[in-house]
Design a protein around this ligand. Structure first.
Ligand code: KIV
Ligand code: NA
Length: 264
């Protein structure tokens, strides 16, 4: 399989080809997903819920993210590896560089952090240090206690305009990707058109440059009620490889996400 880089993924976006991301937390999944052709793997702090059985992502530590990033890196076949910076590990620029450095040394090629324009100084500092970053905006699960639940973000005009402005600010500060979670499809489209970097969506409609899902959700392994943006590919496919390939094909053909998976 081909080795994905920030540059090759930016080129795909410039050429109008959609790319895919799935979460991976261990070597076996990393091998399965990357060899099927998933371009980017996210070592997500969703592992707090999926692997550890926590009620939110807040309990996940930097050491745990390092452990899972190392495991994913050992199984990976050419995908770009993005590791989440966990809750309370990037509040200052100094702390952000320390955390990001550990994740990069564990095998990540990019780090992801939740927030907006307040991250600009840290993003620029990481950029100078040679650390690519992805800024997660919209529904940022580490802020669930401020939001009062997992709710769609950016629905009113002021919040939508603020998200566009902050997406531009972080891109200008040096962020390489932006990830939008649970925002109206029309807002995700506007942000994707406004910013000069690839935009990855989850619950953000079909017009972003790339899509991401939690692998356990799209493989039908998750037992609790699924959010409306999830599609279980094991309902129509009888092995993991063909389910993952179907996801890739549908993202590229822009048949996933469908209208039923988006918010307005
Ligand atoms: O942790 C995670 O899995 C994520 C994705 C849902 C984007 O951040
Ligand atoms: Na996450």
């Amino acid at each position: 399989t081909k080795t994905m880089t920030v540059a090759s993924l930016k080129k795909m976006t410039a050429d109008g080809e959609k790319f895919t991301m799935l979460t991976a937390y261990d070597a076996t999944f990393a091998q399965l997903l990357s060899s099927a052709g998933v371009e980017t793997l996210l070592i997500g702090d969703s592992l707090g819920m999926v692997i550890q059985g926590q009620h939110s992502t807040l309990p996940v530590s930097v050491d745990e993210m390092v452990y899972h990033t190392q495991a994913v890196a050992r199984g990976n076949q050419g995908a770009l590896l993005v590791a989440d910076m966990p809750f309370n590990s990037y509040g200052t620029t100094e702390q952000c560089l320390a955390t990001a450095g550990k994740l990069m040394q564990a095998g990540a090629h990019m780090v992801k952090l939740e927030g907006g324009d307040w991250l600009c100084e840290s993003i620029t500092a990481m950029s100078r240090m040679g650390i690519p970053s992805c800024v997660h905006m919209g529904l940022t699960p580490q802020s669930v206690n401020k939001f009062g639940g997992y709710k769609v973000q950016g629905r009113d005009n002021d919040a939508a305009q603020s998200m566009i402005d902050q997406a531009l600010a972080v891109a200008n500060a040096g962020a390489d990707f932006i990830l939008l979670e649970c925002v109206p499809a029309s807002l995700a489209k506007a942000i994707t058109e406004a910013v000069p970097v690839p935009v990855i969506g989850i619950g953000a409609g079909k017009d972003t440059d790339a899509q991401v899902l939690v692998c356990y959700d799209m493989l039908g392994l998750t037992q609790h009620r699924m959010p409306k943006f999830v599609k279980n590919y094991m309902l129509e496919h009888h092995n993991y490889q063909s389910a993952v390939k179907a996801y890739i094909d549908e993202v590229k053909a822009q048949t996933f996400p469908a209208a039923e998976h988006e918010f307005d």
